[in-house]
Write a protein that binds this ligand. Structure first.
Ligand code: DAH
Length: 347
């Protein structure tokens, strides 16, 4: 064959260079530049046919044929390189991220209700079945509502039992019990009949120990109307105890004293740990005190807007923390508000 013509030599030269350049490429972006240079509009491979007139007529088919061969060969190399680069990138990602798809998943932490929210809701449910509504009253109270209107004037010695936190504003305190809510509910509903539970936080100035906290919940019970008797009080509270602690539970009422009720009593339930025989939980007595109660004092009724000659009512105050402690044998009241997840997780 005759000596190769110039165009043919250019083609061969171009192929060698493209081949070598491709071998060195590592990056996708460089590969794209290479592709444009090799197959783009200004490339020799694309323009070779318009340059065929430079070549002797009989050599033109040979040059054209060769150009096509080179084009196909370079295209094949290009595709191989492209997949090699992709593969390498994948390998790099895999080893950098170290994703182990066989690792078991981490289950998300599931929140739940605080044990006292659970106990409170249980109490609401029981009283709701007996027709009592939940009535909210403020935790920040006045001396007037917390003491005065509940028949405890400033000089009254019973105030000592309910010492509290005082704000810098005279007469504004943190409530020591839910009882001031009685006055608020009565003033809202008087002279209509009332059946409400008043739940919420109470605060006291206490020396803290296993059975004394400076904050705790109470649930107050209040019923006002005509012809309400001590029998209604006993029936309602006994029924509550049965629903809360079980059908078989024994209850007893002991006379007591509260300034806002007359007569007053405390209710005990038979110790459900020992069944009344006497154990460490009931301190040997066989009974557990769970609430204070009584018939509304005439002064309290009058302060609430009811004529004590025509209306009567009963009230009770129970401690849900105490109920939880007894039921779950929790030895220390301070656990409830200490925010220790190891305690809370158990409920
Ligand atoms: N408020 C009382 C206390 O905190 C509990 C109580 C006793 C509430 C008798 C009452 C009641 O409504 O009638 O110790």
């Amino acid at each position: 064959m005759a000596e190769k013509n110039k165009l043919m030599l250019e083609l061969e030269e171009m192929q060698t260079q493209a081949h070598q350049a491709l071998a060195e490429i590592q990056q996708e972006t460089d590969l794209q530049k290479w592709h444009t240079k090799t197959f783009g509009r200004t490339s020799l491979l694309i323009n070779v046919f318009s340059r065929l007139p430079e070549v002797a007529k009989e050599e033109r088919p040979v040059v054209g044929h060769r150009a096509n061969e080179i084009k196909t060969a370079l295209e094949t190399e290009y595709l191989a390189k492209q997949s090699a680069i992709k593969q390498a990138a994948l390998q790099r990602n895999l080893s950098a991220e170290k994703l182990d798809v066989s690792l078991p998943g981490r289950s998300p932490l599931q929140g739940r209700l605080h044990p006292q929210t659970q106990t409170l809701r249980q109490i609401y449910n029981i009283f709701a079945e007996m027709g009592f509504q939940v009535y909210r009253s403020p935790e920040v109270e006045t001396d007037e509502y917390n003491f005065e209107l509940l028949n405890m004037p400033a000089y009254h010695p019973a105030r000592d039992m309910w010492d509290t936190f005082y704000t810098t504003k005279p007469g504004v305190i943190l409530r020591t019990h839910t009882s001031p809510g009685q006055i608020r509910a009565m003033r809202e509903f008087a002279p209509g009949p009332i059946r409400v539970v008043l739940p919420g936080m109470c605060y006291r100035y206490e020396q803290m120990d296993a059975s004394h906290e400076i904050q705790f919940n109470q649930v107050e019970l209040l019923a006002v109307g005509k012809h309400i008797t001590f029998g209604d009080l006993k029936g309602t509270l006994t029924d509550f105890a049965r629903r809360m602690f079980g059908e078989e539970v024994q209850t007893r009422f002991r006379p007591s004293y509260f300034p806002f009720t007359e007569p007053s009593a405390e209710m005990d339930v038979e110790c459900f740990v020992c069944g009344g025989k006497g154990c460490a939980i009931c301190k040997g007595g066989g009974w557990l005190e769970i609430l204070g109660c009584g018939m509304l004092h005439p002064v309290v009724l009058r302060n609430g807007g009811y004529d004590p000659e025509k209306y009567t009512g009963f009230a009770a105050g129970l401690g849900p923390e105490r109920i939880s402690m007894l039921r779950n044998r929790i030895p220390d009241i301070r656990y409830f508000w200490a925010n220790d997840i190891r305690f809370l997780e158990q409920f």
